[in-house]
Design a protein around this ligand. Structure first.
Ligand code: FES
Ligand code: FE
Length: 419
């Protein structure tokens, strides 16, 4: 497919209840996605707690590209492109650390951590060169919501608040689970490489149809009631926030149970320190509500998945290759809760974890299936007849319906059609 084809092309590939298989397998489409989505819209990059001190830095990414997320000498958070203005070398090859400047390994040009070129080796060879034009590239727009740092490679466009829309409320709900109202990303990341297109992962994050089948083994080993949340009789709902953001809202089920921390498979008696801190912070009644509802399950387009107890960052590398960066969520001021969050994360998405390995096997089988061309389309009509609206006007459906995928594709189409 030619990416210069008119925008009507996308109508031929994306219909309300089905999408064409080439969308996951055509490398020209992948190139177009980089241009129209990854290098244009807001992309989640990292969290302020990963660089708490001046001069802290960490390597992150926007799509396949590495960027340096840095807190500069003045304390401002910046996203620098990790490309030397001399010959293009990778300036920073260390994954994280604390540095007031970066020196390129190739010819030793040195840059301040706000991106300015400070000096070059053997400067007498550079008479008349304008240093002010030879700094590191900056990601044009950086914005932070509740500690979540987003970047956009487009100098202009909707604000981060406009992009997040109703999904911002889910981030608020997440942060409320800390007695100090903040999450922290301090547990370290695992990086899982998957031989599948990034959109299979994006869609699966709020696919409430598969857990009872794909994750049956972990639910039975862990004696977990999670499977019931995704059964045909569940009162949980899927929600389309618009702008590609989707959620499976499990609160109706947790409210029926009416037990503090049942969402986390535990009881107040097992986390006494956390419960007393929450009550001190919010008052007994509000703390009880927060601890019954638990944390959200939301996929923020295109790459941030908040999965109740984990945070996933989806990074596309090629049309059929994606990396999932995953860490345990940590809640400020909640050490007993945090220890359990790390343990559960190891069991579910760690190197020998059950949960992510099962999902990954499904993604890779999906991708292999696309090599066959009959049928050409993927079917997304489940629950179309029973879509409704919540009190805020967002489209909702049953937790097992394809409503989140339809929402993702609607937004995807609008981005790909844009000039
Ligand atoms: Fe960086 Fe030459 S490529 S100094
Ligand atoms: Fe899954």
């Amino acid at each position: 497919m030619n990416i210069a084809t008119p925008s009507s092309t996308w109508s031929h590939l994306i219909e309300p209840g089905r999408v064409h298989g080439s969308l996951y397998a055509d490398s020209e489409i992948f190139k177009a996605e980089l241009e129209k989505i990854w290098f244009r819209t807001w992309v989640y990059v990292g969290h302020v707690s990963e660089i708490p001190n001046r001069n802290d830095f960490i390597i992150k990414s926007i799509g396949p590209l590495p960027v340096i997320m840095v807190r500069d000498r003045k304390g401002e958070i910046r996203l620098l492109q990790n490309r030397c203005p001399h010959r293009g070398n990778t300036v920073c090859v260390t994954e994280k650390g604390n540095r007031s400047s970066f020196t390129c390994p190739y010819h030793s040009w040195t840059f301040a951590n706000d991106g300015r070129l400070m000096g070059y080796a053997f400067p007498e060879g550079y008479q008349g060169a304008d240093k002010s034009k030879l700094g590191l590239g900056q990601v044009p727009r950086v914005a932070i919501y509740k500690g979540f740092v987003f970047g956009s490679m487009a100098p202009e466009g909707p604000s981060l608040e406009e992009h997040l829309g109703g999904a911002a409320d889910a981030i608020d709900r997440l942060c409320e689970n800390s007695p100090e109202g903040e999450i922290e990303v301090t547990a370290g990341f695992l990086h899982h490489r998957t031989k599948a297109n990034w959109k299979f992962i994006l869609e699966n994050e709020c696919d409430g149809y598969h857990p009872g089948f794909v994750h049956a083994s972990i639910f039975s080993v862990a004696d977990s009631k999670i499977g019931e949340l995704y059964g045909p009789d569940s009162s949980a709902v899927s929600r389309d926030f618009g702008n590609g953001h989707t959620e499976v809202d499990l609160r109706p089920e947790f409210r029926k149970r009416d037990e503090v921390l049942s969402w986390f498979g535990t009881t107040a008696g097992k986390l006494p320190d956390y419960v007393s801190k929450m009550e001190a912070a919010y008052g007994a009644e509000k703390a009880r509500e927060i601890m019954i509802d638990g944390t959200p399950h939301i996929m923020i387009f295109p790459n941030l998945f908040i999965a109740e107890i984990q945070l996933f960052v989806i990074q596309p590398k090629a049309v059929d290759e994606t990396i999932q960066h995953v860490t345990a969520l940590q809640f400020k001021g909640a050490s007993d809760f945090n220890r359990r969050l790390r343990q559960q994360t190891m069991g579910s998405v760690g190197p020998a974890g059950f949960l992510l390995a099962d999902d990954t096997e499904m993604y890779e089988r999906n991708q292999r299936g696309l090599a066959m061309n009959d049928p050409e389309w993927l079917f997304l009509e489940r629950g179309m007849h029973r879509e409704g609206h919540d009190a805020d006007g967002y489209t909702i459906g049953h937790s097992t319906d394809d409503l989140p995928s339809r929402g993702i594709w609607r937004h995807y189409k609008s981005l790909m059609e844009a000039e």
